[in-house]
Write a protein that binds this ligand. Sequence first.
Ligand code: ADE
Length: 243
Amino acid sequence: MTFRAAVITLYPDMFPGPLGVSLAGRAREEGKWSLEAIQLRDFAADKHRTVDDTPAGGGAGMVLRADVLARAIDHARAVMGDSKPIPVLAMTPRGRPLTQARVRELAQGPGVIVVCGRFEGFDERIFAAREVEEVSIGDIVLSGGEPAALMLLDACIRLLPGVMGAPSSGTEESFENGLLEYPHYTRPAEWEGRTIPEVLRSGDHAKIAAWRKLQSEVDTRLRRPDLWERHEGARVQSASGAR
Ligand code: ADE
């Protein structure tokens, strides 16, 4: 089954961009996913191909018009023509932070329609009118949603069946168990006077697994107290049988 992606953007030339090479590029050649970059401007109604207007209430910047966005989304839905509804996501720093869990859900579905913002943002009415999910890739502000869309698609594509070489590397990594992954080392065993942890050279797989689990926990506590709190909360809750 092909995972189908449509991206609505003012800059279709940005796609596939980095997704045209390496793992994602090969997977696309193999038909594991498809991409359609849709020019938002094609859905403007005037001869100047206007897609935006000044914010109601005044203020800086421009806002993408709901009517233009709606026509582009309706077009994307029509060309995707799947029996299952394809989720529509708008990339915006106002959105809900993207999680690995959401990426996994999306990757298991028929595909995505991704709308990239520019300027000050979207006319708010589009979200309810077309069931659009607002998604942010983190607490940073990009000049537009395109790099965020590339990130979202990359994260989905690598999870598609047959895309990743070693299946275990898709499940043992950061966030898949709610924690950061443990640190890695490779040869040479000594480099610039720095050695690798002795346990990793012990050949004792149980000891190595225990060490990795501990590192993963310590690093998560130190680097991502937010993730750690959630992880501990879930653990305590499941141990007490609470629901
Ligand atoms: N567009 C601008 N900034 C963004 C962000 N952090 N996430 C998603 N889309 C964006």
